[in-house]
Design a protein around this ligand. Structure first.
Ligand SMILES: *[C@@H]1O[C@H](CO)[C@@H](O)[C@H](O)[C@H]1NC(C)=O
Ligand SMILES: *[C@@H]1O[C@H](CO)[C@@H](O)[C@H](O)[C@H]1NC(C)=O
Ligand SMILES: *[C@@H]1O[C@H](CO)[C@@H](O)[C@H](O)[C@H]1NC(C)=O
Ligand SMILES: *[C@@H]1O[C@H](CO)[C@@H](O)[C@H](O)[C@H]1NC(C)=O
Ligand SMILES: *[C@@H]1O[C@H](CO)[C@@H](O)[C@H](O)[C@H]1NC(C)=O
Ligand SMILES: *[C@@H]1O[C@H](CO)[C@@H](O)[C@H](O)[C@H]1NC(C)=O
Ligand SMILES: *[C@@H]1O[C@H](CO)[C@@H](O)[C@H](O)[C@H]1NC(C)=O
Ligand SMILES: *[C@@H]1O[C@H](CO)[C@@H](O)[C@H](O)[C@H]1NC(C)=O
Ligand SMILES: *[C@@H]1O[C@H](CO)[C@@H](O)[C@H](O)[C@H]1NC(C)=O
Ligand SMILES: *[C@@H]1O[C@H](CO)[C@@H](O)[C@H](O)[C@H]1NC(C)=O
Length: 539
């Protein structure tokens, strides 16, 4: 101690002396400021002496907290016992290197150098030796209880071994500063996040540092429980109306940590089913109604319902039939009523078609306002055909058909065949009629039944007595109507018809007249020539 005091005095006097002389300014041998070193490391106290000046010193001596470290004279270098092998002193500058630092090397160092001109240059410095930084750990206080978004406050605390430590919190590479929800306290050792958000999951790390080194903790991640939010229900398949008997899946989703559990609500009442998918199989009309799902988070204890979707179920049309007349219809007389119905399903609309074309009303055809029936009064043969009724509702379309047959006739009865034949000729008479069902025929000759019921009446070889009136009667056994046509046949002597085939009476008369005319002309010419011969010509 006394030594150091002496040096101080010496330096002080020197400064006074030098300033009084007004020559070179008083020289501080060491730059100001604290030196730092790590345990086990080296430190060099570098003096302000310029080695190139070639200055010579009579003595250089260093002290630690007043106790000598080393003293150097041009002849002797004498380090104290504690510093042997740990120090190196520069003769040219007085700089001191101290190696294998320990915590106990922290303290005040002094140097005093006496020049050959008997000037003393002195300096002081402080050394701080730091131990290594270890065990840097970040910990959240919320470990036994789950963290709930918006509700919870979480404290992160940094611990580390080392001296003169200061702390920082980082997320990723960026340093966290105190803000609205994030507060640093306890000299930055503690980071408190209030009203925690899902985005606050980290990773968080803390860094402990002193002037010479820094060390980071392992990063930690927070599990922040949140939700459910954004609860959505989807119905597959998506249709405005579903047919009874079809299968539907209702699927519920939500943003939630931990994953939400789902419940289902039908017309305001909870259903027994749970889980993200509600399967509705073989649905009934009674299952039409309002559906929604509710998501629940068992940690945040929050519930969140989805929007409500209406599901409409409609029975499809089946068992469609046309009920039409069961008795025979007679053209011009009968009325035909047809009605179109389905065994199940609510019919929304009906369309009638005949032979593939839309059926339109007329003075005979009346279609009911709801198109459930068609009435035809009276029926005509053109009404025969295939009738179709198309029944529809929102989920399907079915068709029913009815084949209508209108009986009519006989009409337009005709007999075709020879009118005149020669004895021995063959005669074929054919009777025809328009009729449904086809007419039955019966033949009479001069009013006497011939006992023939086919359409064709044949005489193999005609005789005179077969001349006369042949009548064909067509009878429709459904309409009960009958109609006849008459045909007259004359049987002539052999050759009677051939004559007519050569020259007619008129032709013969024409030839006779032509011959007479020719004879007359010749006679007239002869007479003329005879009378004119007596008259002389004037020439
Ligand atoms: C300290 O100095 C010695 C000699 O100059 C050198 O060998 C050693 O590597 C240094 N140690 C450190 C930690 O700088
Ligand atoms: C964590 O610490 C903060 C503040 O110190 C406190 O408000 C909070 O309740 C703690 N959280 C838990 C889960 O202990
Ligand atoms: C705490 O950290 C902030 C931001 O890194 C820094 O500005 C502040 O100086 C630190 N305070 C202490 C006491 O270390
Ligand atoms: C409903 O889900 C089940 C199971 O995932 C699947 O087998 C079925 O095809 C789905 N039905 C519909 C209509 O999507
Ligand atoms: C279904 O919801 C609609 C509109 O949201 C409502 O008018 C109707 O009464 C609800 N039906 C039932 C059966 O709850
Ligand atoms: C969250 O806070 C709300 C209101 O502050 C409270 O009603 C609810 O019970 C809290 N939730 C949990 C899981 O503590
Ligand atoms: C129509 O039917 C009525 C009674 O069934 C019958 O008296 C009448 O003769 C029929 N008319 C025709 C043209 O068939
Ligand atoms: C046909 O329907 C009309 C009106 O519906 C009814 O007056 C008539 O008696 C019905 N005729 C038959 C043959 O069913
Ligand atoms: C049939 O009637 C015609 C006249 O209508 C008559 O000339 C003919 O002799 C009659 N034939 C018989 C076999 O009665
Ligand atoms: C009517 O005549 C047809 C043949 O033309 C026959 O097949 C049918 O059995 C007859 N029906 C009645 C009721 O006599």
């Amino acid at each position: 101690m006394s030594n150091r005091m002496d040096l101080h005095k010496l330096g002080f006097l020197q400064v006074l002396l030098l300033s009084a002389l007004g020559s070179c300014a008083g020289q501080q041998a060491l730059p100001p400021g604290v030196r730092y070193g790590a345990v086990g490391g080296n430190v060099t106290f570098t003096t302000t002496i310029d080695p190139s000046a070639g200055q010579q010193f009579l003595t250089i001596s260093w002290t630690f907290n007043g106790a000598p470290i080393i003293t150097l004279t041009p002849t002797v270098e004498s380090p104290s016992e504690a510093y042997k092998g740990r120090v190196t002193l520069s003769k040219a500058t007085g700089s001191l290197q101290l190696r294998q630092l320990t915590n106990s090397d922290s303290g005040d160092y002094g140097v005093s150098m006496v020049t050959q001109e008997a000037k003393t240059i002195a300096g002081e410095a402080t050394l701080k030796v730091f131990g290594p930084i270890s065990d840097v750990t970040a910990k959240a206080n919320a470990t036994e209880k789950p963290i709930v978004e918006f509700n919870d406050t979480v404290s992160l605390t940094c611990s580390a071994a080392g001296s003169d430590l200061s702390y920082q919190w980082l997320t990723g590479a960026s340093v966290i500063a105190s803000g609205d929800r994030m507060r640093l306290s306890d000299k930055n050792r503690t980071l408190t996040i209030s009203r925690i958000l899902r985005s606050d999951q980290g990773p968080f790390a803390c860094a402990a540092s002193n002037v010479i080194m820094a060390k980071r903790s392992e990063p930690i991640l927070l599990t922040i429980n949140y939700g459910p939010e954004n609860v959505k229900m989807t119905v597959t398949p998506q249709k405005p109306i579903h047919k009874t008997g079809s299968n539907l899946n209702l699927t519920c989703s939500a943003e939630s940590v931990p994953p939400a559990v789902f419940g289902w609500v039908f017309n305001g009442n909870p259903l027994k089913q749970e889980g993200p998918v509600l399967q509705l199989t073989n649905i009934l009309e009674s299952q039409s109604g309002n559906y929604s799902c509710v998501a629940h988070n068992t940690v945040t204890l929050r519930y969140m319902p989805s929007e409500t979707s209406r599901i409409n179920v409609l029975e499809g049309i089946s068992g469609s039939t046309i009920i039409g007349p069961t008795t025979s219809l007679i053209a011009g007389n009968s009325t035909a009523n047809m009605s179109c119905h389905a065994v199940s399903g609510t019919v929304a609309s009906r369309e009638w078609k005949k032979d593939g074309k839309p059926l339109s009303p007329s003075d005979r055809i009346t279609i009911a306002a709801d198109k459930s029936s068609v009435s035809i009064t009276p029926v005509e043969n053109t009404d025969s055909g295939d009738y179709v009724c198309e029944l529809s509702n929102a989920v399907n379309t079915e068709t029913a058909s009815y084949k209508m047959t209108v009986n009519y006739g006989p009409e337009d009865v005709q007999v075709k065949g020879e009118e005149a034949v020669e004895v021995g000729d063959k005669v074929v008479l054919v009777c025809s009629a328009r009729s449904l069902p086809p007419a039955a025929f019966s033949w009479t000759f001069n009013g006497t039944l011939l006992g023939v019921t086919s359409a064709e009446y044949t005489i193999g070889s005609a005789v005179y007595g077969q001349s006369g009136r042949y009548a064909c009667m067509a009878k429709n056994n459904v309409t009960g109507l009958s109609l006849s046509a008459v045909h007259t046949l004359s049987v002539k002597e052999e050759g009677a018809l051939e004559e007519e085939e050569s020259l007619s009476g008129g032709a013969i008369a024409g030839i006779v007249i032509a011959v007479l005319v020719a004879v007359g002309i010749i006679a007239a010419v002869v007479y003329y020539m005879r009378t004119n011969r007596k008259i002389e010509s004037p020439y």
